[in-house]
Design a protein around this ligand. Structure first.
Ligand SMILES: C[S@@+](CC[C@H](N)C(=O)[O-])C[C@H]1O[C@@H](n2cnc3c(N)ncnc32)[C@H](O)[C@@H]1O
Length: 249
């Protein structure tokens, strides 16, 4: 389902980007900054990294100068195509974009000093196999409370109804089960404020909160959500992220 979603988005928005007029407000630290800081701390010009679910490659290319090499794997053909185009434009040569499904991976003989997943899929057993001793996994992923209010109004969405299944707790256990030692585990709730309904609608078309979001069919759902969540700062959307770092001994 997710693979189709990203192919569809790439076809509709040729110059793929989730940029819309939106402000973020963090009660504490920005989880994205925490993730990038952990990733850059682990980076080194001698280290080869694996990026799992690299989407359009924009992020991969932005951090590539910090590593010896990044192998970036992705299942969506359209996203891989965009990533290769961007790579040519930037002239960055130490990234290899490859079509590989992390859950059906029979290709790798390489091992990596760093494996990271920026809201991409996670297969911790496979990560453990692919990490060098002393290697690190660094991940940011969506928490169970993410965009809960809008999902409740729509009656569907990514991980709908799993509000009582804490992602952080589950992932710590999953990492420990494969003998990776967790060294950092953080949970972050923050708010995004969208200027207009058009901004929020356009955002919902590009992110997988609802993989089947339709601006026409969902017009009434969206209007109800906006009526309930309009604030002086804009239309509020509650986000939830977790950040994890683990090491192979
Ligand atoms: C939320 S996006 C990741 C965003 C990206 N890491 C970034 O920093 O912009 C998730 C990506 O994972 C890819 N993906 C989903 N399942 C996958 C799998 N089994 N193996 C590899 N990539 C996968 C999707 O096609 C999608 O591009």
């Amino acid at each position: 389902m997710e693979i189709d979603f990203y192919n569809k988005v790439a076809e509709k928005f040729e110059n793929y980007s989730t940029e819309v007029d939106m402000q973020k407000e963090f009660p504490g630290e920005d989880p994205e900054e925490r993730f990038i800081s952990e990733l850059l701390q682990a980076a080194d010009s001698r280290i080869e990294a694996l990026d799992v679910g690299s989407r359009d490659g924009r992020f991969t290319l932005s951090v590539a100068p910090n590593f010896k090499k990044i192998t970036a794997i992705e299942t969506s053909d359209s996203m891989l195509e965009t990533a290769c185009k961007l790579q040519k434009e930037t002239g960055i040569t130490n990234v290899s974009f490859r079509k590989i499904d992390i859950f059906h991976n029979q290709y790798f003989s390489e091992i990596f000093g760093v494996i990271y997943s920026r809201r991409g899929p996670t297969d911790y057993l496979e990560f453990e196999r692919l990490l060098v001793p002393g290697g690190k996994y660094i991940g940011i992923k969506v928490g169970e409370q993410d965009a809960r209010a809008i999902k409740e109004i729509f009656g569907r969405g990514q991980n709908y109804g799993k509000w009582n299944e804490p992602v952080l707790k589950r992932d710590i256990k999953d990492l420990e089960d494969v003998w990776l030692t967790v060294s950092c585990a953080g949970e972050y709730l923050y708010t995004e404020y969208f200027k207009t309904s058009v901004d929020l609608s356009s955002y919902l078309e590009k992110v997988p909160i609802f993989e089947d979001y339709d601006p026409i069919k969902d017009r009434d759902n969206l209007a109800r959500y906006i009526a309930e969540h309009k604030t002086e700062k804009g239309i509020a959307l509650q986000r939830h992220r977790i950040v994890l770092v683990a090491e192979k001994s």
